[in-house]
Design a protein around this ligand. Structure first.
Ligand code: ZN
Length: 298
């Protein structure tokens, strides 16, 4: 966290001679003003958290001199080429960089995207400890964390919290704090009963990035097929946003058309807006490539 020079205590800046020349009342006022500035530390330009939505479930978070990616993805072949949005390129402007992944499915753990992040400067992939060996086997430097174990990295602090994968794989959600904001990224989790604990421990969140596509897998899924959604629906995402204490829900992980095998709720986005309006939860729609404005969409 960076403080500017105005946060220096007045007596340190002015020296003893000046200190003695200041009257009691004005000294108190100066001290209080300084204390107030310390509690509400003004940030230098660039210290606030900026978040760009990448393709699919991917995010790029920038604060200070550090960039953190969550589930960066640039490989449309992993969704049978059925992703209808743009492939947002992975670009890093800071030297310090890291990648967080929610789980190992190839639409979330994309070695090609991660290699692009580390192309010009090395960094670490941060994941749940249970999948660290698999990530390392792809040639990446890895830091595995236990649930709730925080890792501080530049301006960022990140901790994995419980999630439930639709096919029983190991999956976590990420709570990330930086630049005076806190967000959560839900990968492609199902609805589950840990939201309350996460909300009470870490909420309120400035934004919850949650999957909404309620996809039913028709082909290539586990047999016998369940014929049930393996990712949260829009209605469940709104409920999770409310339970988590999210000031904004930003939907991710939707926008694929593949009627033969990967059947999304085609109305996921419009349902989300309607249900969220009814339940009074603010939603910001952020298109892939755009930056979060921290304001509800009109
Ligand atoms: Zn997914």
């Amino acid at each position: 966290m960076a403080y500017d020079e105005h946060d220096t205590h007045p007596t340190e800046k002015l020296g003893r001679r000046s200190f003695l020349q200041i009257g009691g009342a004005s000294l108190l006022a100066a001290t209080l003003a300084s204390a107030a500035r310390s509690f509400h530390a003004p940030r230098r330009d660039g210290d606030e958290l900026k978040i760009q939505r990448l393709s699919w479930a991917g995010l790029k978070l920038v604060a200070g001199q550090t960039t953190v990616f969550i589930d960066p993805w640039v490989s449309p072949e992993t969704l049978n080429g059925a992703w209808k949005g743009p492939i947002v390129p992975v670009e890093v402007e800071t030297q310090a960089r890291a990648v967080l992944i929610t789980h190992l499915h190839n639409d979330h753990f994309d070695p090609k995207a991660i290699s692009a992040v580390f192309e010009k400067s090395p960094g670490v992939v941060v994941c749940h400890a249970k999948v660290a060996d698999t990530v390392a086997s792809r040639g990446f430097r890895v830091r595995g964390l236990d649930l709730y174990e925080p890792l501080t990295f530049g301006d960022f602090t990140a901790a994995p919290v419980p999630a439930v994968d639709g096919f029983g794989e190991d999956q976590v959600s990420w709570v990330v704090t930086a630049g005076g904001r806190r967000v959560i990224h839900g990968g492609d989790t199902l609805w589950h009963g840990q939201w309350w604990k996460t909300g009470r421990q870490y909420g309120p969140f400035d934004a919850a990035f949650l999957p909404i596509n309620g996809v039913v897998i028709k082909e290539g899924a586990q047999e016998p097929a369940s014929d049930l959604p393996v990712v949260m629906t829009a209605e469940q995402a709104v409920a999770a946003g409310i339970v988590l204490g999210a000031k904004l829900l930003i939907p991710i992980h939707y926008g694929v058309r593949d009627p033969a095998s990967y059947v999304e709720d085609p109305k996921a986005e419009s349902s989300l807006l309607e249900i969220a309006r009814r339940r009074k939860l603010a939603v910001e729609l952020v298109r892939p490539g755009d930056w979060v404005k921290w304001q509800p969409s009109a």
